[in-house]
Design a protein around this ligand. Structure first.
Ligand code: NAG
Ligand code: NAG
Ligand code: NAG
Ligand code: NAG
Ligand code: NAG
Length: 550
């Protein structure tokens, strides 16, 4: 989630090239299409939509097995099935929404289905309220029948959607491939921002495959992934705590994997992973299926933090405002493809709560004194516990600075024509980077940084102070409370700058693939990709099945 820095990565490439190269590329595309069509039609289509039968078969069997058990248990089982299928449908809806090409109808159908599950559960609410003795078995039987009918419908809808998804995946794959070819032809440096933005927005097929397989696993074996009691380590301030906010299962797992593998005492490390509702199931399974040498985990959804609501969080309030919704969501594809800078502003990701949740660390982890924030596009290469030994001088945010010469100064990130900005900040102040930030939560609470952030974010409703992302509000919030860290802690640019020296990378504690050429995409910078794939969990069956890193 390096959105804040992405603006820099994409912007430098050259604004004129996209049109030309697009034209050039379409010529290649036509000749490529025949070849590609061949390749993709013979492509193993099955792993895009995982085999649903295992999931459905076993859930059905387990319902039958429950028949002899008390009614209450049976009710819980049926309800769980309904909830799980609702999650599955939501996951498909999310995928349909993001793949965008022609799936708006599918989004509606899936959303409808999800609502129907909710309605179903609400309609039979009286069942949950009665105890086993007074429970009306005939009503329960009707509930079971209705749920089964819904599941049958769901199965049909998913089967139909599969065809359409496959077609879209082929188109997407074709685009990715064309852009990859384009990249080779024009050399990475000259590549325009446009193509990589398209690719960065799309969900690659293998990631979709993995998410779906993890969801199916959850549905097939719900008992394995039931929530356990909160372990005391999660709140133990004497341990090393990390915060990772991500909607990308493979990226989050690489961050954790690399951090654990390079730590000297894994059992002293605690990872707090927060994702969105759509990815919660998959993320839970991903982290539960593997052992991480005794490291501790917590996987939560944003929605679990109920205080993050629109009456408290300005970004959510702003998202709700009709004006902004229009701005972000009415981007018609034809026009959006004409203007990269515009398209970037319209990407809802730049306002997504998963990005802004970094401003609420002290409230999310009230018992902790310090926490290390990691983006999901980084790889850890060393034991990081040395960070906890750094004297923070009462500062809140430990980060590496990024300025050199006149570049990456505050003037670049905010509107100094605005009197409030001009009065409060120096345009020459050196910017720092998000991605690996060491936060002293006690100092944060003392300096009231969240209030600061709220003040400025509220003022920026009309985007006159800064345009997008979390870096400008971060620079503002931690203006006088940032402690510069040694540059070897965090080396940036692996997602856009192919000329970073290998020595610098080798010495880095953390490397950061900020920029659009993410290591999980086809367009990754080839020489940097192995630094990431090294930590992909290839022993995991699903990862193998979904063709990661090949
Ligand atoms: C949801 O339920 C309504 C009413 O029961 C029904 O008309 C509709 O077809 C259902 N939607 C889907 C997608 O099955
Ligand atoms: C919204 O958050 C505030 C605290 O930030 C809390 O008091 C309130 O109950 C929350 N509202 C809902 C609907 O959860
Ligand atoms: C695209 O932009 C043109 C010119 O600004 C406008 O006339 C047209 O309606 C737009 N198309 C869509 C689908 O918004
Ligand atoms: C943003 O613009 C709207 C309409 O132009 C205005 O009503 C509102 O007060 C502005 N908000 C801020 C924070 O300036
Ligand atoms: C910068 O701030 C000034 C003063 O409020 C405003 O007129 C101008 O439109 C802003 N610039 C941008 C790019 O929003």
């Amino acid at each position: 989630m390096a959105t804040s820095i992405r603006s820099r990565g994409g912007g430098g490439g050259g604004r004129i090239t996209p049109y030309k190269s697009l034209f050039f590329v379409s010529a290649i595309a036509i000749s490529f299409f025949f070849f590609a069509f061949f390749v993709f039609t013979s492509d193993d289509a099955d792993d895009s939509t995982p085999d649903l039968n295992t999931g459905f078969g076993s859930t059905r069997r387990s319902v039958l097995a429950m028949k002899s058990d008390p009614l209450k248990q049976r009710l819980d089982q049926i309800k769980k099935q309904a909830e799980d299928h609702k999650s599955l449908v939501l996951a498909y809806a999310s995928y349909a929404r993001r793949s965008k090409l022609e799936s708006s109808k599918l989004v509606r159908v899936f959303a409808d289905l999800a609502r129907n599950y909710t309605d179903l559960i609400t309609n039979y609410k009286s069942l949950s309220e009665s105890d086993s003795v007074s429970m009306d078995e005939s009503v329960l039987r009707q509930f079971e029948k209705d749920v089964k009918l819904r599941i049958k419908d769901t199965r049909q809808v998913i089967a139909d959607a599969k065809e359409s998804f496959d077609r879209e995946l082929k188109i997407q794959k074709l685009k990715d491939t064309i852009f990859a070819v384009n990249e080779q032809l024009t050399k990475v440096k000259k590549q325009g921002a446009f193509s990589s933005l398209i690719a960065a927005k799309s969900i690659p097929k293998n990631l979709h495959c993995l998410t779906m397989k993890l969801m199916e696993e959850l549905i097939a074996n719900p008992e394995k992934y039931a929530d356990e009691d909160k372990s005391p380590e999660l709140e133990d301030p004497s341990l090393y705590h990390y915060a990772i906010f991500s909607d990308n299962v493979i990226a989050a797992s690489v961050v954790v994997n690399s951090a654990v593998k390079n730590s000297k005492e894994p059992f002293k490390h605690v990872f707090h992973v927060v994702t969105d509702k759509m990815n919660l199931g998959a993320m839970k399974v991903m982290f539960k299926m593997r052992q991480y040498n005794g490291a501790h985990f917590e996987v939560k959804a944003l929605e679990d933090y109920t205080f993050l609501n629109s009456s408290y969080v300005p970004v959510l309030k702003q998202l709700e405002s009709a004006n902004l919704q229009k701005f972000y969501f009415e981007n018609k594809l034809e026009n959006a493809t004409k203007d990269t800078s515009n398209m970037k502003f319209r990407n809802p990701k730049y306002l997504s709560m998963l990005n802004h949740v970094r401003f609420y660390l002290p409230e999310m982890y009230p018992k902790l004194h310090r926490i290390l924030f990691l983006d999901d596009d980084i790889v850890v290469q060393r034991d990081l516990t040395g960070l906890w030994d750094i004297d923070m001088d009462g500062k809140v945010n430990g980060a590496v600075e990024t300025c050199f010469g006149s570049f990456h100064r505050y003037a670049q990130y905010m509107n100094f024509s605005h009197p409030l900005i001009k009065e409060n900040f120096s345009p020459k102040a050196c910017a720092w980077a998000y991605g690996m930030n060491f936060f002293d939560l006690d100092a944060w609470r003392k300096e009231k940084c969240t209030e600061q952030y709220h003040y400025w974010q509220t003022l920026n409703e009309n985007r006159t102070l800064w345009k997008l992302g979390t870096l400008p509000p971060g620079l503002i919030t931690f203006y006088s409370t940032t402690k510069p860290l040694d540059k070897t802690w965090h080396v940036l640019g692996l997602g856009y700058n192919p000329s970073i020296s290998m020595d610098e990378i080798r010495n880095a504690a953390v490397v950061h693939f900020n920029g659009n050429m993410k290591p999980w995409l086809d367009i990754a910078i080839p020489q940097f990709r192995p630094l990431w794939t090294k930590y992909v969990d290839y022993e995991m069956e699903f990862v193998q099945q979904c063709n990661f890193g090949l």
